[in-house]
Design a protein around this ligand. Structure first.
Ligand code: CA
Ligand code: CA
Ligand code: CA
Length: 647
């Protein structure tokens, strides 16, 4: 039998097997959509869009992405497969491509396919751009010299083939100024007594220069715009024809997408325009950041791709501008992938709960973008099937928590990070599940279910109150909630970043229950102060099944629980720290808890360690009784069978 036939037999077995595979301990939940595809599960919590090219396709629609710091700059190649019924591109699972240069390739890479078919990759090393050619046969980038960018420094960049065949180099340059105190993380900068950030918001402009040949050794750049075009960052530059004119499109950190018509006579950019919807309103990318690429299958299947923190989107093009000269595109849709992992954005916070009261455990999941998703279980509890989610709404608007200019302790640079952390619980005791949240604003809110058990409808968010003051605590905390008889306990990290108990008075008011204690002392969350505080995710559950509720705490990698000594976890976890789940056994009672020193949960004897950012546990009856899921920074929800867990 030839190797090829053996390989094909193996593939057939594998695809049949994988479709019936039940939950597998330690692995992500899969997207089980009936049509075989779902939202693309990008492999990183944040990444760059390198570009599109014709690799396996005959059109420039195959996609290259690059993970940022968390995934060490790995390059991912996605082959275009087909369109969905409503015209959204569907991609195969990604292939990891070797970086062309040794070491951890954190340098930004950009792909350009010339009209002659050659595919180039460019990597930024200071003001030198290293040039490579992509070899389709070996699927590798082969180094081919470099060029110097002469005239000024720059941050993000793009390389574009102009209609006349010249090569346009564009770079983003920041204005001069002092935008931070220069301290390492955490910066510990506070708003002024007038309520403003004490530094200017940095703005950027565009530098450019034209090369006559892709092999030129240098390019001289000059300002193409004033240095006030965007706040914080441009996210990539790509060129495309729209309505017969050639445009440069760029994304931004805050989510606007901008377009500049290329002035071929002056060899410069015309004035800034925006990507708008068919309602002529400026679009704002759902992600944090909007690294851009341009997909062009044919005149009716084309548009902008954006990637950032939270996933990848497709804005179908209308191939036209409006009467203000803005570029008209459809609203963003989630780009699709065959048989992806279940994907919920970045830094995801799941709750296992039967949201629609049909007996099958669903998922309610918050994320760093500030959305809350509902994944309906279309299978059984033994073999759950989750597909693409719905966006939860409150007061008939999609919930989208955004701190904006003033409500994030790390300043307006984090205006787009919502970090919403929901706990699902019948808070007002009317028999219908509600949602309680913590978030980046440090607010603790209640979304009352004003629908039914089968079809929940949420009212708009309302604050919880303590003695008439909005309940406050550290940011990004998932509240723990539990009912004991007619009493309801509510736990968060307080202003000292210590675990604190409150008891419910009514649906909007709590009373102080004091700090939670361990070895006679409060339980601290973090060592370093500033923006490192909070972030803990509290799950109240009787984990050791002795009849008294314990705590499972989801942590990020640098937390130090229960104190700042050299035994705090997971900061001092061995052999190395990482986001994990801590088990705090309750040796008191439900009404007067007292905890033992935390223990790291182990899966098959190995410490759970799931990246650097926060992670969130939830316990529920999928795949058996009282199993665990953990939401992680890459948007996956990992399943853990209880029998494989120890501490
Ligand atoms: Ca259900
Ligand atoms: Ca309720
Ligand atoms: Ca217990």
């Amino acid at each position: 039998m030839s190797k090829v036939i053996v390989f094909l037999l193996f593939l057939g077995w594998f695809s049949a097997y994988s479709q019936t595979l039940p939950l597998e301990s330690g692995l992500p939940l899969r997207n089980e959509s009936k049509n075989g595809y779902g939202r693309m599960s990008v492999p990183f919590y944040n990444g760059y869009l390198m570009g599109l090219a014709a690799v396996q396709s005959t059109k420039p629609v195959d996609l290259f992405l690059q993970g940022t710091n968390g995934s060490l700059g790995i390059i991912y190649y996605y082959a275009f497969q087909k369109f969905s019924e409503d015209g959204i591109p569907i991609y195969d699972a990604p292939l990891e491509i070797d970086a062309p240069y040794s070491g951890k390739n954190k340098n930004r890479g950009v792909i350009l396919q010339l009209r002659n078919g050659e595919i180039y990759g460019f990597w930024k090393y200071g003001t030198t751009i290293r040039r490579t050619v992509f070899d389709k046969a070996s699927m590798r980038f082969l180094p081919k010299g470099e060029f110097k960018v002469v005239g000024a420094g720059f941050s993000d960049f793009g390389v574009i083939e102009l209609p006349n065949g010249n090569i346009l180099f564009l770079g983003a340059r920041r204005e001069e100024g002092v935008f931070s105190n220069g301290a390492g993380h955490p910066h510990k900068i506070a708003y002024t007594s007038e309520g403003f950030w004490p530094y200017e918001i940095p703005r950027m402009g565009i530098l450019g220069g034209v090369m006559h040949n892709i092999d030129d050794k240098e390019v001289h750049v000059a300002p193409y715009t004033s240095l006030d075009q965007v706040y914080y960052a441009f996210d990539g530059f790509v060129g495309t024809k729209i309505g017969g004119k050639f445009y440069i499109i760029s994304g931004t950190r805050l989510g606007n997408i901008q377009g500049y018509e290329w002035d071929s006579e002056k060899s410069n950019l015309k004035e800034k325009k925006y990507v708008v919807g068919i309602d002529n309103i400026i679009q704002r990318n759902p992600d944090i950041h909007a690294y851009v690429g341009y997909f062009k299958y044919d005149d009716t299947h084309q548009g902008i791709f954006t990637v950032g923190e939270g996933g990848i989107y497709y804005y179908a093009g209308k191939n036209k501008t409006n009467d203000k000269g803005n570029l008209v595109f459809d609203k963003p849709k989630h780009l699709l992938q065959s048989s992806p992992d279940l994907y919920a954005g970045s830094l995801v916070n799941p709750c296992l709960v039967d949201w629609n009261n049909d007996g099958a455990v669903d998922l309610i999941v918050g994320n760093s973008m500030g959305f809350i998703f509902y994944y309906k279980n279309e299978g059984t509890n033994e073999n759950p099937k989750y597909g693409d989610p719905e966006y939860l709404k409150a007061n008939n608007e999609v919930i989208h928590i955004q701190p904006g200019y003033r409500e994030d302790i790390q300043g307006p640079g984090e205006a787009r990070w919502g970090y919403v952390s929901p706990s699902v619980f019948d808070w007002d005791g009317d028999g219908k599940l509600d949602i309680l949240t913590g978030d980046s604003r440090g607010k603790f809110m209640f979304y009352k279910n004003i629908g039914t058990r089968e079809e929940p409808i949420l009212a708009s968010e309302k604050s919880l109150y303590l003695e008439g003051m909005n309940l406050y605590g550290t940011w990004r905390v998932k509240p723990g909630v539990a009912r004991y008889g007619d009493k309801v306990a509510y736990m968060i990290f307080d202003r000292d970043d210590e675990l604190h108990l409150y008891w419910q008075l009514d649906a909007y008011n709590v009373k102080d229950g004091g700090k939670l204690m361990l070895e006679g002392k409060p339980i601290r969350g973090n060592k370093y102060g500033g923006g490192t505080v909070g972030r803990g995710k509290v799950e109240i559950v009787d984990w050791d099944e002795d009849g008294v509720d314990d705590l499972l705490l989801g942590t990020y990698g640098k937390q130090s629980i229960p104190d700042t000594s050299s035994r705090g976890l997971p900061l001092n976890m061995k052999p190395r720290r990482g986001s994990t789940i801590l088990f705090l056994k309750n040796i008191g009672t439900n009404e007067q808890p007292e905890y033992e020193f935390p223990k790291v949960l182990k899966h098959r004897g190995v410490n759970i360690s799931v990246g650097g950012h926060e992670c969130t546990p939830s316990v529920g009856d999928i795949g058996g009784k009282s199993n665990l899921v953990i939401g992680v920074e890459t948007g996956r929800i990992l399943f853990y069978e209880r029998k494989n867990l120890s501490y």
